[in-house]
Design a protein around this ligand. Structure first.
Ligand SMILES: Cc1cc2nc3c(=O)[nH]c(=O)nc-3n(C[C@H](O)[C@H](O)[C@H](O)COP(=O)(O)OP(=O)(O)OC[C@H]3O[C@@H](n4cnc5c(N)ncnc54)[C@H](O)[C@@H]3O)c2cc1C
Length: 497
């Protein structure tokens, strides 16, 4: 079997690259080790509910958003329904819990009224993150073109240039004095990374600046987007094969020539003039024939620091929580006060009775994940493999129960009686993430989004081997739905140029 492009993995980066290439006339084959496509952009069914895996809030769709171009060109808007999310969130703080608007103009106004002593800092915070995000959206798709433009950066992209090496935590510490306000502005830091002194302001702004403009969920869950991208590939003559694990990348005379994969206990070979890896660099290196060069590259890849993972509690309720006191799509729990950044870091690293988390109630929108009259909600907690690695069998199950109990107690304090409406729940940990996607340590955003691993410093789409390319959260520009789609799109453009 000969192909123009074989794609290892069917996460959003792989599918987006595949869809663009197929639409441009290339013969594309996507190989996915799991039984369904999508990577984290997927769902699964439990009783009468569709459980979401990897999407709570999709940023943007405003005039600056790159996804608009991608989805228009791939005809996604006619295949997938996007639901606009209500622009209000609840924050549970040390001595109160408040509802705040999250789009820029209203949230700026509300926060300035609540914390007038920090007016300058609040205005600065929103100005910088939205300007940075808008400049990022104006960057050329191709990294090579960005590099060519570097001398003009201070004029074309002044905010990005100024804050390229800035980290979110110290930025907030410098401009904000009120500790409760710090809690609010840092409340969803853990959506991006779990190290407060490491998270790049640029990467945070790419996502948060988008959320400040607009945000959406996908009707019937994120797998609708993955399925739509698969359809584009198939309608243009391509194929997506599941339960097909790539075990080797074939290299001959310094060029990639195809792959070997395992299916139903058989080894199959497919030749291709291009291979796109939708998986981590370190796992890709393991698929290459070992040579001194590939071992060196693997060591280099392993030296980079990884992003974070999540523990996720999926909860089915017997009622719609809208009628039982929950009135926002998301509630951020950061109820233990912080005086400084280290206090917040200690909470993120602490036990689950103090760790910040977000409670997302899909019952607040017409999500299509449940029948009417009931809620399905997700608790998302920042986490790392080291907290679960040693636990096996009953001990692993018991720890999941303990963690759920601690979280339910905290939910009860804010929404009394809520746990009496629980029908059933299921816990996924970093181990679960790794088991299903094979991402090292179960991380969800590839490399940690530190300044020196973000933006132009993130590993690029091209590899040092001819005909081998990368497209995923691990690759430029970074993780999340937007980052992974963008990387797939840039990868396809690089190939088609
Ligand atoms: C709980 C959770 C909540 C999230 N919430 C949000 C959110 O609200 N907003 C947002 O923007 N992002 C969110 N994300 C992050 C986002 O889902 C991911 O960053 C993005 O989907 C990653 O896409 P990717 O292209 O890197 O591929 P991945 O999703 O990592 O997929 C890689 C694929 O490769 C396959 N694979 C691995 N090895 C092989 C092999 N040898 N052969 C064949 N196939 C292989 C895997 O099975 C997998 O399907 C969330 C993630 C999680 C887990």
């Amino acid at each position: 079997m000969n192909q123009d492009a074989v794609i290892v993995g069917s996460g959003l980066g792989g599918l987006c690259a595949g869809a663009k290439l197929a639409k441009s006339g290339k013969k594309v084959l996507v190989l996915e080790q799991f039984r369904i496509p999508g990577g984290y952009a997927t769902c699964y069914n439990r009783k009468n509910i569709t459980f979401e895996v990897g999407l709570q809030e999709l940023d943007g769709f405003d005039e600056y958003d790159v996804k608009k171009t991608i989805f228009t060109e791939l005809d996604i808007f006619s295949r997938v329904d996007f639901i606009r999310l209500p622009g209000v969130k609840r924050y549970v703080l040390d001595n109160k819990n408040i509802k705040l608007h999250c789009r820029r103009e209203t949230s700026e106004k509300e926060l300035c009224e609540l914390y007038p002593e920090d007016t300058r800092g609040i205005l600065k915070f929103y100005k910088v993150i939205t300007a940075m995000r808008d400049e990022l959206c104006r960057l050329p798709m191709k990294r090579a073109r960005i590099l060519a433009l570097l001398p003009l950066f201070p004029i074309l992209y002044p905010t990005v240039t100024r804050y390229l090496f800035t980290r979110l935590g110290p930025f907030v510490e410098k401009h904000i004095t009120n500790s409760q306000l710090k809690q609010i502005l840092l409340a969803n830091l853990f959506y991006f990374h779990n190290k407060i002194n490491d998270l790049s302001l640029l990467y945070f702004s790419a996502g948060q600046g988008g959320y400040c403009r607009d945000s959406h969920y996908i009707k019937k869950g994120s797998r609708e987007l993955s399925n739509a991208l698969c359809s584009v590939i198939q309608e243009h003559g391509g194929q997506v094969i599941c339960r097909a694990e790539v075990s080797n990348i074939i290299v001959d005379a310094g060029k990639v020539r195809g792959v070997e994969y395992q299916q139903n206990g058989e080894t199959k070979t497919v030749y291709s003039s291009l291979v796109i890896s939708n998986i981590s660099r370190q796992n890709t290196m393991k698929l290459l024939p070992s040579s001194r060069n590939s071992l060196k590259q693997q060591k280099k890849a392993e030296k980079k620091s990884l992003s974070m993972s999540f523990t996720q509690i999926n909860i089915a309720f017997t009622v719609n929580l809208k009628d039982h006191g929950v009135d926002t799509y998301q509630t951020f729990f950061t109820e233990h006060s912080i005086q400084n950044l280290q206090d917040y870091q200690d909470q993120i690293d602490g036990d689950y009775d103090i760790r910040p988390f977000v409670f997302t109630d899909y019952g607040q929108i017409e999500s299509g994940l449940t029948e009417k009259g009931i809620s399905y909600a997700v608790v998302l907690i920042p986490d790392e493999m080291k907290n679960w690695r040693q636990l096996e069998g009953q001990k692993y199950k018991d720890r999941k129960e303990d963690v759920s109990r601690m979280i339910f107690k905290r939910l009860e304090k804010v929404y009394p009686g809520i746990t009496s409406h629980i029908d059933f729940f299921e816990v996924a940990t970093p181990k679960t993430m790794m088991r299903y996607t094979k991402n090292p340590e179960g991380v969800v955003y590839g490399l940690a989004q530190k300044p020196l691993q973000s933006g132009i410093f993130r590993p690029g789409i091209k590899s040092s081997l001819k005909n081998l390319f990368y497209a995923s959260a691990w690759t430029y520009p970074g993780g999340g739905f937007t980052g992974s789609l963008w990387s797939g799109w840039s990868c396809a453009h690089e190939i088609l140029k």
